[in-house]
Design a protein around this ligand. Structure first.
Ligand SMILES: Cc1ncc(COP(=O)(O)O)c(C=O)c1O
Length: 466
């Protein structure tokens, strides 16, 4: 009997092909990424690391790279630091993933083993903090991520998180950050977010770190969680925190980076002697991170996923990726302007990245959940999301969050953004007439008409690898 799972996969292929994906944290991988991820590398255990002579999990020496290229780097591995045999291929795969990640983000070191963005953040905390230590990060309602100390998470149980907010204009509230940094004695200052539309001033945060270090007399780790904008950084349309004084950057690999689901940790510092227990200093942060991922917080790495990360990083290093990153932002800015013309109130009045946060409650009077459901019915997928100082709670937030990474991968451009905004307005007009999700059924004819138009456009822009 055929396993029903395979029919469900076919169903999901149809859903993805016939609809348009506006969830800003999603994307479509290439056939090559998919092939690596679905490979027999999943059969292999490989606890440990593929240490390259003298550079731990660091970037290979630039001269060596020029002279030898990737294939030679993959041959020069010291085969001693795994806990299972049979690593001759796996070591080379992971080594290439590390090197490509370092090149992509100008990092000294990359740990490519975290199973997810949450795991990557957990490992950095474990590498640098003691239980009870303070982290200053963006609060969840302001746009931060759950792993930045939301009360329901492990991070909040083990460490003391102090939250900063966003200013009236949608920018980081630098005055608030400075005041809190000089009050709360942080061990980490964290810049990262899941719903924030501006480009952070990383240099300013680095200055705040310096002042706080002088006041409290100890090193403070500057950490950036760039899960959302990593692809924009790799594509050169967003500044790289590692070039602006930050020690560590975590990211997911499946959002704007267009790789498999997973996480990585990039850092600056000493990668030379990975085996000895290092002193807890910022210079040693790469080694501390490797120990915090394995054995600190994870067991065996997912080498099929690491292979897919390597393939995706190879794609991200190509010149076409720069064009893709620029188009993501161009599409997002066009869509934001079109939505504003239709009366949508946007947090921060627009966007500087891939992401848009629309306050539909303020714009039209209904909440984000109702709008999310109505858009789902026409094949436009996004998510209800809290806006700054939201009164709607987690289940009935006032806004919706949307973004352009996935539709830009499919090749939609500025003209399609205008069409999209028009559909979003038509659906908003229907939502204004109803009081609940159930009442949307009374407007099925109008919704189905839009659904047909969405399907027709979507099918003109095939999903890669389907
Ligand atoms: C800023 C940020 N950090 C971390 C994560 C967690 O990533 P994952 O879902 O892979 O654990 C996310 C995911 O949305 C995110 O937006």
């Amino acid at each position: 009997m055929k396993d029903p799972i395979f029919d469900l996969i076919e169903g999901e292929k149809k859903r993805q092909s016939e609809g348009l994906e506006l969830i800003p944290s999603e994307n479509y991988v290439s056939a090559a990424v998919l092939e690596a991820m679905g490979s027999i590398l999943t059969n292999k255990y490989s606890e440990g690391y593929p240490y390259f002579d003298g550079v731990g999990c660091g970037r290979a020496n630039e001269d060596d790279f020029e002279e030898w290229g990737e294939s030679r780097i993959a041959e020069e591995i010291l085969p001693n630091y795994r806990y299972y045999g049979g690593q001759e291929n796996i070591d080379r795969v992971e080594r290439i993933a590390i090197d490509r990640a370092c090149r992509l983000f100008n990092a000294d070191h990359a740990n490519v083993q975290p199973h997810s963005g949450a795991q990557a953040n957990t490992a950095v905390y474990f590498a640098w903090l003691e239980p009870g230590d303070t982290v200053l990060g963006m609060s969840l309602p302001a746009g931060g991520h759950l792993t930045h100390g939301a009360p329901v998470t492990l991070s909040a149980h083990v460490y003391n998180f102090v939250g900063y907010g966003v200013a009236e204009n949608g920018d980081l509230d630098y005055a608030d950050i400075e005041q809190k940094a000089l009050e709360c004695d942080p061990k980490i200052i964290l810049v990262g977010y899941s719903a924030f539309m501006k480009i952070p001033d990383f240099d300013r945060i680095a200055e705040i770190r310096k002042k706080a270090e002088e006041k409290f007399g100890h090193e403070i780790l500057l950490m950036a969680d760039m899960a959302h904008v990593a692809g924009l950084i790799a594509g050169g349309v967003h500044p790289n925190p590692l070039d602006h004084g930050f020690d560590v950057m975590t990211t997911t690999t499946h959002k704007t980076l267009r790789g498999p689901r997973g996480g990585i940790i990039l850092s600056k510092g000493n990668v030379a002697s990975p085996l000895k227990k290092p002193e807890k200093t910022l210079a040693n942060i790469p080694i501390l991170i490797d120990r915090a991922v394995f054995p600190g917080t994870q067991g065996g790495p997912l080498e099929h996923v690491i292979a897919a990360k390597a393939v995706a990083f190879g794609e991200d290093l190509q010149p076409e990726f720069k064009e893709y990153a620029a188009n993501i932002v161009k599409n997002a800015q066009t869509l934001a302007e079109e939505l504003k013309k239709y009366g949508f109130v946007l947090q921060g009045d627009g966007t500087e990245n891939h992401l848009i946060l629309a306050d539909v409650k303020k714009s039209f009077g209904f909440d984000g959940k109702l709008y999310e459901r109505a858009l789902d019915m026409v094949g436009l997928t996004l998510n209800a999301n809290a806006v700054a100082s939201d009164k709607g709670g987690a289940f009935r937030p006032s806004g919706v969050r949307l973004g352009t990474p996935a539709i830009t991968t499919r090749g939609l451009g500025v003209e399609e953004m205008k069409t999209l905004a028009g559909w979003m307005k038509q659906v908003a007009d229907i939502c204004k007439l109803v009081n609940s999700e159930e009442e949307l059924a009374e407007h099925l004819d109008e919704l189905n008409k839009i659904r047909d138009e969405v399907r027709e456009l979507a099918l003109k822009f095939p999903v890669p690898a389907i």
